[in-house]
Design a protein around this ligand. Structure first.
Ligand code: UDX
Length: 455
């Protein structure tokens, strides 16, 4: 099948490369000429395992093309994907200007029927807005051409996006016509050979499914973080509690890892967008608001623990803190909404100086924070520890899980670790003489409170 994809950002690029790889002829179009030129030379602008090889292979096979020529891209295929960005506008609402600009391009260049597939994460109702735009553009040209608008949200995890696309749990297709459903069925046929993973539904349900999935996952994380805070104050260990509840298949082990709160480009944005939708439709949604509030508070928890340990925020002045992990999660260089940023900025505010190490996100950190005296980027994880008063772990990269604790102790000014991801066993570190403060375990400060007073 011939397919056109508007937008060569994260979603567009992964979608284009994967659809080309299963045999479709994909043209990816973007307004950014420089980016298209780089993609045509095989240069991938994002860090995503497996993507580069996929792009290279399909580019040289001619199954994948990158272009800035809108008219050619529109005439290339009957199916046109919209995968452009929807950044928050000044009020925090998804800005649909790029989505609508693509609708305008499709409408003004189409000469045959098109199935327009909305893949960008957009508020519920956006497919109707796209439909109205296309109708308006065609009306201006007195065109009687017909089209379908389909909602086909993505569920890609950064760092695992290629695999998620090629082996989806489910494919959500929101379509109003039989023709559109048939076209989508043919398009996704290579992913459905063993068993059909596609769920067909109406357009608005498909749009809401995306938000519901992300909001529920975010809710699980905020829930376990809330329990971690209980555990700390009650003298319990959240990791035991996690295992204890995860064993119930109705709850499950996924997405109940306590930590510094969720970050990234999806969860914070999507939870807030759902909250905004609630306001717009005059519906009070306290659960959604609480998920966001708990997460924002959780992002400050490591700083609070550090400040408490040293005897107050003012005692952090001049302290040298090593940071392991800057990305919002492992296997990505993405620092959008990363908990590390909340910690870093609070430590700076308190007058501490930082030495950080991340296996891939250092360049991104430099881009965000620039060159500053109180922010040294170390050559490796051990170099970050030299003379450090404490180590704070913000991302659970594999290479941080089994470090040489003897070497660490030799380099650091004191044996002190604040672990925002619970990657070490507290007993072991204690035995080796470390002060080890993690999330929801080993009540280092908060002594068990007088629960007997609570009836
Ligand atoms: C997420 C969704 O998983 C994906 O389906 C959707 O399409 C986009 O948003 P992503 O943002 O790449 O993907 O990251 P994910 O792996 O889901 O992690 C999100 C955040 O939650 C990270 O900051 C992670 O550290 C945190 N997290 C995750 C926890 O704190 N605890 C957990 O148990 C799981």
């Amino acid at each position: 099948m011939k397919l056109t994809i508007f937008g060569t950002g994260y979603v567009g690029l992964v979608t284009g490369a994967c659809l080309a790889d299963v045999g479709h002829h994909v043209v990816c179009v973007d307004v950014d000429a420089d980016k298209i030129a780089r993609l045509n030379s095989g240069e991938i602008p994002i860090h995503e395992p497996g993507l580069e090889a996929l792009v290279e292979r399909n580019l040289s096979a001619g199954a994948l093309e990158f272009t800035t020529e809108v008219a050619r891209a529109v005439s290339h295929a009957d199916v046109q994907f919209i995968a452009v960005g929807t950044p928050p506008d000044e009020n925090g609402a998804a800005d649909l200007q790029y989505v609508l600009a693509v609708a305008e391009s499709i409408g003004s260049n189409m000469t045959t029927h098109k199935v327009v597939v909305v893949k960008s994460t957009v508020p519920v109702g956006t497919s109707d807005v796209v439909r109205a735009k296309l109708t308006e553009v065609l009306g201006r040209q007195n065109s009687a051409l017909a089209f379908d608008v389909v909602s086909n949200p993505e569920f890609l995890k950064e760092g695992a996006a290629v695999n998620d696309f090629l082996k989806p749990d489910r494919i959500i297709v929101g379509a109003a016509s039989e023709h559109a459903r048939e076209v989508m069925k043919e398009l996704y046929e290579p992913f459905n050979r063993n068993h059909d993973r596609t769920l067909y539904m109406d357009v608005r349900s498909a749009e809401l499914t995306k938000y519901a999935a992300n909001a529920l996952l975010a809710t699980k994380i905020s829930f376990i973080n809330e329990i971690a805070n209980f555990a700390e104050r009650l003298g319990a260990d959240v990791e035991e509690v996690r295992r204890g509840i995860g064993a119930d298949p109705r709850i499950g082990y996924h997405f109940i890892y306590p930590g510094l709160g969720y970050g990234g480009s999806c969860f914070p944005k999507d939870v807030q967008a759902l909250g905004r939708t609630a306001t717009e439709i005059g519906y009070d949604a306290p659960l959604i608001a609480a998920v966001d509030a708990v997460n924002n508070r959780q992002k400050t928890t490591l700083f609070d623990k550090i400040a408490t340990h040293f005897g107050g925020v003012e005692k952090l002045k001049g302290k040298r803190i090593a940071i392991w992990g800057l990305a919002f999660k492992p296997n990505t260089d993405d620092m959008r909404e990363a908990p590390s940023r909340v910690l870093i900025e609070a430590l700076w505010e308190a007058g501490a100086s930082l030495v950080a190490y991340d296996p891939v996100a250092m360049e991104e950190a430099r881009r965000i924070y620039g060159t500053r005296e109180d922010f040294v980027l170390a050559a490796d994880k051990y170099a970050a520890l030299n003379d450090a008063d404490a180590l704070a772990i913000c991302t659970e990269w594999q290479q941080f899980r089994a470090p040489d604790f003897v070497e660490m102790a030799e380099r650091m000014a004191s044996r002190l670790i604040f672990d925002g991801r619970n990657i070490y066993a507290p007993e072991r570190l204690k035995k080796e003489g470390w002060s080890y403060i993690s999330i929801g375990r080993a009540p280092a400060y908060a002594q068990p409170q007088a629960v007997e007073k609570v009836s």
